[in-house]
Design a protein around this ligand. Structure first.
Ligand SMILES: CC(C)(COP(=O)(O)OP(=O)(O)OC[C@H]1O[C@@H](n2cnc3c(N)ncnc32)[C@H](O)[C@@H]1OP(=O)(O)O)[C@@H](O)C(=O)NCCC(=O)NCCS
Length: 77
């Protein structure tokens, strides 16, 4: 449900490794797509997901704290 890396270990490729593992597991189990949602103000996570091949496929307006949109992202496997 959530992906997070301890602050002092960030920017070392750990989240990328976690996503690689999730993707391998899903591919082995014939999963066809990965879907997620991310706060529009979470630039680190959005950059991570884009770099990993996710694209924006929709939004939920003011989903977080009735203030920030949720960006819906998908990656086809
Ligand atoms: C988002 C998060 C999981 C990234 O973890 P990480 O281990 O630091 O990420 P990586 O080192 O694998 O980074 C991979 C790419 O993501 C992007 N990225 C990661 N952190 C970034 C930042 N602070 N600013 C901009 N881009 C960032 C970059 O494109 C990076 O590639 P690069 O280092 O070659 O430029 C981490 O910042 C975190 O735990 N944040 C708090 C929890 C959270 O918001 N989780 C996501 C909820 S949807």
């Amino acid at each position: 449900m959530n992906i997070a890396v301890k602050k002092s270990f960030r920017r070392q490729g750990i989240a990328k490794l976690l996503l690689d593992s999730i993707e391998s597991l899903c591919t082995c189990n014939q999963v066809k797509s990965l879907n997620l949602e991310v706060n529009e103000n979470n630039f680190a996570a959005i950059n991570l997901y884009k770099k990993f091949g996710f694209s924006e496929v929709g939004r939920r307006a003011r989903y977080y704290d009735n203030k920030f949109d949720a960006i819906l992202m998908r990656k086809l496997l």
